[in-house]
Design a protein around this ligand. Structure first.
Ligand code: ZN
Length: 148
């Protein structure tokens, strides 16, 4: 990746980390799940309204490193309005991208997080919100998601 693009991506990640979108508990939701990444100390709670097989609304709150917060913020932006199938597909592609299994995975603007593949400890930060959404959509209710 060229240095200018890398700098731009870093700036976008920091921006989402500082001013996360879809942040805060919504008044109404159908699903709630907590998640923890003990490796880094990232904690988040994901709230979603899932209706007619689609993610109608998704929010999160919590504390974590810039990568975990930015990734959760961008995930919420990307999956809101998507069908559960499309959201799952996107998670699979994103997971392949950040774990280095498929560097050409089509993930749209989530590509700005691709750099974490060179930092294995950071992959868990970047995928924490996604694993939580995955568990949520698969109906594993009531458990705290841990990356361990
Ligand atoms: Zn982290």
């Amino acid at each position: 990746m060229n240095p200018e693009l890398r700098a731009l991506y870093q700036e976008m990640i920091l921006d989402h980390g500082r001013r996360p979108r879809h942040f805060g508990a919504p008044e109404h939701y159908t699903h709630k799940m907590e998640a923890f990444n003990p490796l880094c100390g990232d904690r988040l709670t994901l709230y979603a309204t899932v209706q007619d097989g689609a993610v109608k609304d998704v929010h999160f709150e919590g504390k974590g490193c810039a990568i975990s917060v930015a990734s959760a913020s961008m995930m919420c932006e990307e999956v809101e309005g998507k069908s559960c199938c499309d959201a799952e597909d996107l998670f699979q592609r994103f997971h392949k991208l950040v774990t280095g299994q498929d560097s050409a995975a089509a993930v749209g603007r989530l590509e700005i997080l691709a750099g974490v593949k060179d930092f294995p400890a950071r992959v868990k930060c970047a995928t924490l919100a996604w694993h939580t959404l995955d568990h949520m959509l698969k109906g594993d209710a009531g458990e705290t998601v841990s990356t361990e």
